[in-house]
Design a protein around this ligand. Sequence first.
Ligand SMILES: NC(=O)C1=CN([C@@H]2O[C@H](COP(=O)(O)OP(=O)(O)OC[C@H]3O[C@@H](n4cnc5c(N)ncnc54)[C@H](O)[C@@H]3O)[C@@H](O)[C@H]2O)[C@@H](O)CC1
Ligand SMILES: Nc1ncnc2c1ncn2[C@@H]1O[C@H](COP(=O)(O)OP(=O)(O)O)[C@@H](O)[C@H]1O
Ligand SMILES: [K+]
Length: 474
Amino acid sequence: MRTAYTVDRIRAAEQALMAQLPPGTLMQRAAAGLATACADFLGGCYGAEVVVVAGTGDNGGDALYAGARLARRGARVSAIVLDQAKVHRGGVAALTTAGGWVLAPDEYATAIAGADLVLDGIVGIGGKPGLRPPADRVLDLVEEHAVPVVAVDVPSGIDVDTGETPARHVRAELTVTFGAHKIGLLVDPGATAAGLVHLVDIGLGPYLGEPDVEALQADDVAERLPEPSRASHKYSRGVVGVVAGSEQYTGAAVLAVGGAVAGPVGMVRYVGPPEPTRYVRARWPDVVCGEGRVQAWVVGSGLGDDPARADEVRRILASGLPVLVDADGLRHLPERCEGPVLLTPHEGELARLLGVEREAVTARRLHYARAAAARWNATVLLKGATTVVAAPDGRVRVNTVSVPWVATAGSGDVLSGVCGSLLAAGLDPLEAGSVGAYLHQTAGVLASRGGPITADDLARAVPAAYRMLLGGDE
Ligand SMILES: NC(=O)C1=CN([C@@H]2O[C@H](COP(=O)(O)OP(=O)(O)OC[C@H]3O[C@@H](n4cnc5c(N)ncnc54)[C@H](O)[C@@H]3O)[C@@H](O)[C@H]2O)[C@@H](O)CC1
Ligand SMILES: Nc1ncnc2c1ncn2[C@@H]1O[C@H](COP(=O)(O)OP(=O)(O)O)[C@@H](O)[C@H]1O
Ligand SMILES: [K+]
C-alpha cells in the first residue's frame, strides 16, 4: 500500500524521530537518498552539469547537501541561492567544500542553459502554494531551456496537502520525497507536477499512524480480488444487475455488461428496452435478461431521459442493496443516499451535481470528491488520470496507475460494470471502487501495449488483468 499523510502528521512524526537522533541526521539521510536518485537519473555523475536552486528553508538544505555529494562524485554543481541572508549555511558550506560554487545572478541564465539537471530545493512541506520572486524568474529560465527537474520532497509551489496548484509551480520529471508520501504527490494536478515519485526512507514509519490517503498497489489489489472456492456456485459468487443503455444508446448497455461479465460475479442480469437487450443477448448467451434477484446493481450509463428509467433508478436506490450510479443515473439521486452506494462521476458530472464549474473540480479534485461523499452519504469515485475514491466516513483512496489510452469513449461504462461486479461479489463501495479502478487501468495497459484502444478492447482485457494480478499464467 502506498500511504500519504498531511504535512502536520509528517511534521509530528519528524519531531518524534528527531528527538531520538543527533541533530542533522535526518537531513543527511534525506540528502544521501536524494543524491543517489539524482545520480541514477543522470545515469552517472562524472562531468554532469547540475544546478541546485536553494530556497530559505530546510528543503534548500537538503538540495545543497545532495549537491555536495554529487560534486564529490564528479558532477559540476553550482547553486542559485534565492536569499543569501536566509539560506541553509551548513548546506552552502558543504557544497563549496566539495568543489561546488554559488552563482551570481548574471550567471543564472548561462548555467541553466547548460545544465543536465536542476534540483528544485525552493520549498518543501513548509511552502505556501505559488512561487515568490525571484524563484519564479529562475523557473522561467528552467522552462525556457527545458531542463529536466528533480524536485526535492515536493515540486515547489503545489499545495502539499491537496495536490491543488492554484499558482505557479515546478513541473518535475522526478520527485524524491522523504519519510512518507505527501497527499499532493498522489492527487492531480499535483501528481502530474511531481512526475515519477521516489520515496526515501528516513525512519519515520513507526511514528506516522493511520494514513490520510491510500493508493493500492498490485499486491494489495490481488489480496482483495474475489476468487471462487470449491464450495462456490453461481449465486454465491454474486449476481449483478445492470440497468444501462436505451434505444438510442445501445452501446452503453453492451459496454457496461462487458465490464460486469469480466468481473468476479457468477451471473449478470441485464434490464433494459428491447433494442439494447437484443445486442446484449447476441453478444453474451450467459447474460440473463429481465428482472430477478441480485446482490448489487449498476445503473445509469446511456439511460437517456426516459422518465420510466428515472423511476427505475430511484426504486433501485431505495432498495437498500449496494448500487453503483453512473452517468445519466446521477441525475436522479435522492436528497441523501442510504445503504452502500458508489457514485462514479467524471469531472463534468461532479461539477453538475455540486453546481460548480468543471474547472473548479479539475483544480480541486480531492476537495470536491470529499464534499460530494459527505453531501450524498455515498462513496464517490471521481474519474480521471488519478482516480479519487472518497468514502462518506472520510477515508480516501487514489489510483495512481493509469494509461492515457484508457480515456476513450465508453471506457467509463466498462468501469461501471467492473466495479458493480466487485460490489455484487461482496466488496464495500470504497474497496470496489479502488480495486475496480486499478483493474480497469491494468486492463488498459494490457490492451494498449502503447497504442490506441476501444472501450470494447478494454472490457475484453479485464479477465487477463484479473488473472495477471492474481499471479496466474499470462
Ligand atoms: N523536518 C525534518 O525533520 C526534515 C525536513 N526535511 C526537509 O525540510 C523541508 C521542510 O523545511 P522547512 O520547514 O524549513 O520549510 P521549507 O524549506 O519547505 O520552506 C520554508 C521556507 O520557504 C519560504 N516560503 C514559503 N512559501 C514560499 C513560496 N511560495 N515561495 C518562496 N518561498 C516560500 C518560507 O518563508 C520559509 O523560509 C522538507 O520539505 C524536507 O525537504 C528533510 O531534511 C528531512 C528531515
Ligand atoms: N488521462 C487519463 N489517463 C487514464 N485514464 C483516464 C484518463 N482520463 C480519463 N481516464 C479514465 O477513462 C474513463 C473515462 O470514463 P468517462 O469519462 O465516464 O467516459 P465515457 O462516458 O465515455 O465512458 C475513466 O475510467 C477514467 O478514469
Ligand atoms: K521542492
